[in-house]
Design a protein around this ligand. Structure first.
Ligand code: SAM
Length: 288
């Protein structure tokens, strides 16, 4: 048994279970068997590894993950999909479904409990995630899931570009910086919008996010660092001199002197600075 890997099968299942794709939950189902295979293969899972899937939908990716792993915990918000997901459970004894909002679940306790384990295992996340909550999902994983070894996520192409951007690039911004702070991100593949039903307006990308064991930069005060990065990109057209002077409430002449001593041009814009420079500016100027 494979799964709902074609438009015809998805349409048939929707009719059979009296379902319709719900836009509010980003229900664009992946209907390309080749891509589903490639995504699951790219995780390089072994039979002793657990996987968390966010939003199984009709179970297309769940099937692929189940046959490659020790166990799959699939977290789905839409409990009207329960009946349609039953074939996944019938074919794989290692799949557990949890009907809940992933943003409100303690993922690590859920794995331990649903698989009846004595401790939280290391696990991967693999998912075609709902596009409207991509960023909250990523930060939920990076901030609250210390045992996660990697997350292979399909997302809107433009969001992936922002995550993978480099300084000087117009997509470079707060998301890039915060992702770099917590993780290493790698591009895996582009997926055409034709591979989904219903077809979304935009193309997608699959990227792999690997949490860093230690944050990329050490900062004296993480809150001030994050607030400064946010404030800087809210005014991305201003010079770093003006941004720093406003944010740290310091005279421009003093800021200019410190920036120059740090080897940073006061005329730089936020999009020209890397994360190490943001960290250095914060640690230096927050002292005054
Ligand atoms: N995995 C399926 C596939 O590839 O065909 C469906 C992917 S679809 C893009 C996103 C799925 O996430 C939908 O099944 C949707 O109901 C579910 N979803 C949306 N918001 C969610 C949330 N907050 N928590 C858990 N699941 C959610």
């Amino acid at each position: 048994m494979s799964g709902p890997e074609s438009i015809a099968t998805v349409q048939k299942m929707m009719k059979q279970y009296n379902l319709f794709p719900k836009k509010k939950w980003g229900q664009n189902f992946l209907v390309d068997g080749n891509i589903l295979n490639k995504i699951a293969d790219s995780c390089d899972l072994n039979q002793h590894e657990y996987v968390v899937e966010i939003g199984p939908g009709l179970g297309a990716l769940t099937h692929q993950l189940a046959s490659r792993s020790q166990g799959v915990l699939s977290i789905e918000i839409d409990n009207s999909l329960q009946e349609a997901l039953q074939p996944v459970l019938d074919h794989h004894t290692n799949v557990r479904l949890l009907f809940a909002d992933v943003l409100k679940v303690n993922i690590e306790s859920a794995i331990k409990q649903t698989f009846n384990l004595t401790k939280i295992p290391q696990y991967q996340v693999c998912a075609n995630i709902p596009y409207n909550i991509t960023t909250p999902i990523i930060f939920q994983l990076l901030e609250n899931c210390p045992n996660m070894t990697s997350a292979t996520l399909m997302m809107q192409k433009e969001v992936a570009q922002r995550i993978l951007a480099v300084p000087g690039n117009k997509e470079y911004g707060l998301l890039t910086l915060m992702m770099a702070y917590y993780s290493e991100a790698k591009f895996l593949m582009k997926v055409s919008h034709n591979c989904f039903y219903p077809r979304p307006e935009v193309d997608s990308s699959v990227i792999r996010i690997t949490p860093l064991r230690e944050k990329r930069v050490r900062v004296d005060d993480e809150n001030i660092f994050k607030q400064f990065c946010r404030a800087a990109f809210q005014k991305r057209r201003k010079t770093i001199l003006n941004i720093c002077s406003g944010f740290f409430k310091l005279e421009k002449t003093a800021v200019e002197k410190h920036l120059t001593e740090m080897g940073i041009s006061p005329k730089s814009r936020p999009e020209n600075l890397n994360i190490q420079e943001f960290a250095r500016i914060t640690d230096t100027l927050a002292q005054y």
